[in-house]
Write a protein that binds this ligand. Structure first.
Ligand SMILES: C[S@@+](CC[C@H](N)C(=O)[O-])C[C@H]1O[C@@H](n2cnc3c(N)ncnc32)[C@H](O)[C@@H]1O
Length: 263
């Protein structure tokens, strides 16, 4: 949930996020950027997506915000275009001295519980007719992975570690987001749940993605048990959803894509 500050391993994420990167690039194409926009990337993570946007906006400005110091440390170390800056900031408490034409977010906002605060705070930082384009995990996302995780954390072997476990993501329905947009004064243009097949090159790729983005599940465990737990998840999942003939694994993802304007 929002109040829990998760500890990201930025380097591990950077090396295991090719699926998120592919979807981010598709999302960027939908922005049809002109080259001079002032754009905010919310939950920018390790900055590789933010940097690729800044490369397209040679006459514009790009600001990435994220609340993970580890992610922003790597972002600042790697990317230093003059039109690009990064700020440590909670998406639910946006506080910047500038206004934007575009607000963008990829694979981040399902980590935030209080979307009302995100949209209200963002509104104060947008120019008139500004556009927002977000993609995040939506209702039904990764349901088979969650099924396996739930089986394991309630099993005899592991359940002692999960007494205080809280599901870390908010996977909204379209109606939830339409309402949130309307209440915050935005005009919804498209709010859509999009099923997507997440492909990992091999079983190790699946494990890398689980390790780097499903860590709220492994954080509950003693260090010595984490690897074992992940191996169990991968084994159980691939037993039911085996790799394809090329050894690639598939995960049934559902993304919520939100396109709106501030009138
Ligand atoms: C899966 S990463 C996505 C990073 C990047 N957008 C990408 O597409 O590769 C999710 C990011 O959201 C950030 N995040 C989660 N909750 C946040 C919050 N409340 N405020 C700001 N950033 C947040 C995390 O720190 C993390 O860097």
């Amino acid at each position: 949930m929002n109040s829990v500050k998760h500890k990201w391993d930025a380097k591990d994420y950077a090396e295991n996020s090719s699926a998120q990167e592919l979807w981010a690039q598709e999302l960027i194409d939908k922005l049809a950027l002109q080259g001079d926009e002032h754009l905010l990337d919310i939950g920018c993570g390790d900055g590789k997506i933010t940097n690729s946007i800044a490369e397209k906006l040679s006459n514009g400005l790009v600001v990435g915000i994220d609340r993970s110091e580890s992610m922003l440390g790597l972002a600042r170390e790697q990317f230093a275009l003059p039109n690009l800056s990064f700020h440590t900031m909670d998406a639910a408490k946006i506080d910047l001295n500038e206004k934007f034409d575009v607000a963008f977010s990829n694979a981040a906002l399902h980590w935030v519980n209080d979307h009302k605060a995100v949209l209200e705070g963002l509104k104060k930082h947008l120019n008139r007719n500004a556009k927002i384009l977000f993609q995040m995990g939506g209702h039904g996302n990764a349901s088979y992975i969650i099924e396996v995780m739930t089986q394991l954390i309630t099993s005899k072997k592991w359940k002692k570690y999960y007494d205080d476990f809280m599901f870390p993501y908010r996977f909204c329905k379209t109606q939830d987001y339409e309402e949130l947009l309307m209440q915050a004064g935005y005009e919804a243009e498209r709010v859509e749940l999009i099923p997507k097949d997440m492909i990992h090159e091999n079983v190790e790729g699946l494990k890398g993605w689980l390790r780097t983005t499903w860590f709220p599940y492994t954080d509950q465990l003693p260090e010595t048990e984490k690897e074992d737990f992940l191996n169990f998840v991968v084994k159980k999942y691939t037993n039911i959803h085996p790799p394809d003939s090329e050894g690639r694994t598939h995960v049934n993802m559902v993304r919520l894509e939100v396109e709106a304007r501030l009138p």
